[in-house]
Design a protein around this ligand. Structure first.
Ligand code: 5GP
Length: 128
């Protein structure tokens, strides 16, 4: 069965898209740690990031760099954290999280509850 992220990429499940190219897709995490928390995924469905072929893995980081630059510019954060963790969705993904101090990237913190309008507004600001 296709992963939830493949279904998002195909448009079968809605998402707040930030960027897309032939091989990658970036969209807002629905349970964000911060405004601008974005997921970058390869269109190729592979569970574990280090099982990706070298070209897809390196290209994913270059794509994430473009998205991260935009997040930094739009949010004014000090840096954008790059995090790979979790076992929830079996489709490789990178979390990009605006960060002003290290506590901003504590995944045990309560997630933000944003309205659809807020998600839309953030996605529009981050859109490449
Ligand atoms: P992880 O595997 O990195 O622990 O968790 C997967 C991430 O994907 C979580 O941060 C979760 O909020 C996010 N996520 C899971 N399902 C969806 C979804 O349907 N839409 C969006 N935008 N994010 C999701």
């Amino acid at each position: 069965m296709a992963s939830i992220f493949t279904r998002i990429i195909k448009g079968e499940i809605p998402s707040y898209k930030v960027a897309e190219d032939e091989n990658y897709y970036a969209f807002l995490d629905i349970n964000p740690l911060a405004k601008g928390h974005t997921l970058v995924v390869p269109k190729k469905e592979v569970d574990y990031i280090f099982d990706l072929d070298d070209e897809t893995l390196s290209g994913m980081m270059v794509f994430a760099k473009r998205v991260a630059r935009k997040i930094k510019e739009a949010t004014g954060c000090r840096k954008v954290a790059v995090v790979v963790l979790g076992l929830e969705v079996p489709h490789a993904h990178i979390h990009l999280i605006p960060m002003n101090n290290e506590n901003d990237v504590d995944f045990h913190r309560a997630k933000l509850q944003l309205s659809p309008e807020e998600f839309k507004e953030i996605a529009a600001r981050l859109s490449l």
